[in-house]
Ligand binder design. Structure first.
Ligand SMILES: *[C@@H]1O[C@H](CO)[C@@H](O)[C@H](O)[C@H]1NC(C)=O
Length: 500
């Protein structure tokens, strides 16, 4: 929704831009009512727009966004524009989506905790040990089947809450629709001959034998050491990724030409998955966009400067979002905050410092946010906040809704601040803004404040992380319509309103 293009919540905006915003909002038939700093700022939202859209407009061409970037289209895996739509059958239920989201959040928490432990250990000098074969990988082909990997917690492939892009791999390039994930590093696709197991995917499997540029990475190659989990068989480097929710992929670490938009990245290192299962839906694999050495972000840093940006479209609209690489990826109106890089290699940490509801800053001690820090994640659906911050947000939002005659109804799964909008086509709700270190600010778009289970149960799309020590996560619902810009060179993360 372009209506948030120039919002009035974030303090960095000039009065002129406010006037422009008013004009834009009026033109779109939306209104944000400003009432000074009284905590009364509201947004009028179209209730129907919170419910899933049913049709997709003709997808746009993959046009480069200026000379210095490569652009791919982003769509929700289960949305009307998904190339996987007809392969999916019934989309997952809200209960399944939110349960899978909770799994992801818990797995991120475990990885953050494990990294924090490792970083502490590293502070003391340690003797480098011999290269180990990590759990799950042993030499020999039979290792794939005997690997003590975590069991898949659910037999049903959900692949929920994630956005997908279509990339090219091999020579000649074949197209693969994959999940993209800023919360992990190694890219992989399911590979022929699928020695042990491949889940069902929509695209044909990647076949190394059909690509003239495919090569296995050898065990002595330094690239093999960049993997979190690696092994060796017959001189070939093995990789393994376990996602903590029971999903996993194991196979050969390889190099081939990756095509994104119209750019060819030669010698791109990725996993050729021979044993894969978990919550990947009908995608062909995953594109890793974390900060670690094996990620596309880092591998293509020579070309794109470690910069990329994406935009998730509002669910109900028939527009698609984008994933852009290169310095030209950053929209001019992005408001940036420092990327905090001392928490380990993969995640994008930022400094969330405050929350505004109805234009009024909530009184939450800054240490509540800084203790566990906050990750910006493309794959988490619902934003997780420290308990104290969530309580303050929920109370202020509840009060704002009560002032407009809305009483809370029963919660749903992890969502507990819900309202019944039956028979209402438009609802006036308090605005919600997130404030970051350095003054960056994100006025959550109309499409990202509430999550609709049904018209009778529309819930504040935030949840508590359970305490004030765990790491908070900025989820993709709250990122909707924003250009979210990551720049490893400048060490910034930015938010540009109205990007798609
Ligand atoms: C890669 O390694 C696998 C397993 O050893 C082998 O079957 C395949 O032929 C190798 N591919 C190439 C191109 O070397």
């Amino acid at each position: 929704m372009a209506t948030a293009a120039s919002s009035s919540r974030c303090p960095s905006h000039s009065f002129l831009r406010l006037l422009a915003a008013a004009a834009v909002l009026a033109a779109f038939g939306f209104a944000r009512a400003a009432a000074g700093s009284s905590g009364d700022e509201t947004v009028l939202l179209n209730v129907q727009s919170l419910l899933p859209g049913r049709s997709c407009a003709a997808p746009q061409e993959n046009k480069p966004n200026g000379a210095t970037s490569a652009r791919m289209q982003v769509v929700h895996q289960h949305g009307p524009c998904s190339p996987l739509a007809d392969a999916h059958g019934k989309p997952p239920s809200h209960a399944e989506i939110l349960a899978a989201d909770q799994n992801r959040v818990e797995s991120i928490q475990r990885r953050v905790a494990a990294t924090a432990g490792k970083l502490k250990k590293r502070a003391a000098p340690v003797q480098p040990g011999p290269k180990k074969n990590p759990a799950g990988i042993h030499p020999g082909h039979s290792s794939f089947s005997s690997a003590p990997l975590l069991p898949v917690s659910s037999g049903r492939a959900l692949g929920t809450g994630n956005y997908v892009v279509t990339l090219g791999l091999g020579t000649p390039a074949s197209k693969y629709t994959v999940v993209f994930d800023t919360g992990s590093d190694t890219t992989w696709v399911q590979c022929r001959p699928c020695v042990v197991k491949c889940y069902k995917q929509k695209d044909p499997l990647f076949d190394p034998a059909k690509s003239s540029t495919y090569a296995n990475v050898s065990c002595s190659d330094s690239a093999c050491d960049d993997l979190d989990e690696s092994g060796c068989t017959g001189g070939h480097c093995l990789y393994a990724v376990q996602y903590g929710d029971g999903s996993y992929t194991v196979g050969f670490f390889a190099r081939d030409t990756l095509t994104i938009a119209h750019d060819a990245i030669k010698g791109f290192q990725f996993g050729c998955g021979e044993k894969n299962d978990g919550l990947f839906g009908k995608t062909a694999g995953l594109l890793g966009l974390g900060r670690g050495k094996t990620s596309l972000t880092v591998q293509a840093q020579y070309r794109y400067g470690g910069a990329f940006a994406y935009c998730f479209p509002a669910l109900s609209t028939d527009t698609t979002g984008y994933l852009d690489f290169g310095p030209g990826a950053s929209p001019a109106n992005a408001r940036v905050t420092p990327m905090l890089t001392d928490n380990g290699p993969t995640f994008y940490f930022v400094g969330l410092t405050g929350i505004r509801v109805g234009g009024k800053q909530l009184s939450i001690p800054e240490t509540v946010f800084s203790t566990g820090g906050t990750i910006v994640d493309s794959g988490t659906v619902i934003t997780r906040l420290p308990e104290t911050a969530y309580s303050a947000l929920s109370s202020a939002f509840t009060a704002g809704m009560a002032a407009r005659g809305f009483k809370k109804v029963q919660g749903y799964s992890i969502l507990e601040t819900c309202y019944d909008f039956t028979g209402i086509s438009e609802a006036t709700v308090p605005t919600v803004s997130l404030v970051f270190k350095g003054g960056a600010c994100l006025d959550v778009d109309e499409s990202g404040i509430l999550y609709a289970i049904s018209q009778a149960q529309v819930c504040l799309a935030f949840a508590s992380i359970g305490d004030d020590e765990s790491t908070g996560i900025l989820g993709n619902t709250q990122q909707k319509t924003y250009g979210v810009v990551y720049d490893l060179g400048k060490k910034t993360v930015g938010f540009a309103p109205g990007a798609c």
